[in-house]
Ligand binder design. Structure first.
Ligand SMILES: Nc1ncnc2c1ncn2[C@@H]1O[C@H](COP(=O)(O)OP(=O)(O)OP(=O)(O)O)[C@@H](O)[C@H]1O
Length: 252
């Protein structure tokens, strides 16, 4: 299977002189098209830095990141922004929404910014996604009038508006209770089944256990990885135990 993301010898150093921190130290990583990969590791081990490097959100110090056949560092700022906007989706722990817009408008806003697309079509698409995400009927709600889980689902709908090839998610369930976290994960599993690759950073074993593969980071590198069967809605406990054993094996 061909890769959607290929990272080779990625080094990321923050700061200068005595203040330098090597957040990534020669990381090699490949993500196949349609694959669901979770990243776990101790705080400060480089998980978010890796996600930012692989998505072209942050420049790397050395090494290479490819999206398909395109080397991200060779793209100009506008071309890189275009790849991110049209081929990648982003979900963070706290979705950033504009408070003076309702949920539907927040979902379509980034896609509407280009000014070329028909707003009615975008609204239709957003409604379809909201339906799929279980938040149909909340279109006109203010962002302060929905739960954290509903807001995160809206954030995921927004990330899917452009039908990305890969979704980058940094602790998408980190601010949610366990029931909402599970619902978000089920939504991500469904999205992945439809073909969108996912790279997800998490501290939660249950969340990582739904991925096809788990990368364990330690001291700025991938210390080990675990390949699981495609999640079929069953064997959650056994999968969690496998992930826990994987963590223990690398001492995290
Ligand atoms: N903007 C920055 N400036 C300086 N150092 C940074 C910056 N961002 C991250 N770092 C450092 O890089 C290392 C990796 O950070 P990163 O945020 O990737 O870790 P993480 O595994 O995602 O941690 P957490 O689980 O706590 O979110 C840490 O030592 C961190 O202090």
């Amino acid at each position: 299977m061909s890769n959607i993301i290929t990272g080779k010898n990625i080094v990321k150093i923050f700061g200068k002189g005595n203040e330098q921190a090597k957040a990534l130290n020669k990381v090699n990583v490949e993500i196949a098209k349609g694959e669901f990969v979770a990243v776990m590791g101790p705080s400060g081990s480089g998980k978010s830095t890796l996600l930012f490097a692989l998505s072209g959100m942050d420049e790397i110090t050395s090494g290479m990141v490819k999206f398909g056949d395109t080397e991200l560092s060779k793209l100009g700022e506008n071309a890189l922004a275009d790849v991110r906007r049209t081929k990648m989706g982003f979900v963070f722990q706290q979705p950033t929404m504009l408070r003076n817009l309702n949920l539907l408008d927040n979902i379509i806003l980034p896609s509407a910014q280009k000014g070329k697309k028909d707003t009615a079509k975008l609204a239709q698409k957003a409604k379809e996604l909201m339906n799929k995400a279980g938040i149909a009927g909340l279109e006109n709600r203010d962002t302060t009038e929905v739960s954290g889980g509903q807001l995160q689902r809206a954030g995921i709908c927004r990330a899917l508006m452009n039908e990305p090839e890969i979704l980058f998610a940094d602790e998408p369930t980190g601010a949610l209770n366990s029931k909402s976290a599970e619902e978000i994960m089920e939504l991500l599993v469904d999205i992945n089944k439809e073909g969108t690759a996912i790279l997800l950073v998490t501290h939660d074993t249950k969340v990582a256990a739904m991925a096809d593969r788990v990368l364990f980071t330690k001291d700025g590198n991938i210390a080990s990885e675990l390949t699981l069967q495609k999640f079929n809605g069953r064997d959650r406990e056994a999968r969690c135990e496998t992930v826990l054993a994987g963590m223990a094996a690398v001492g995290i």
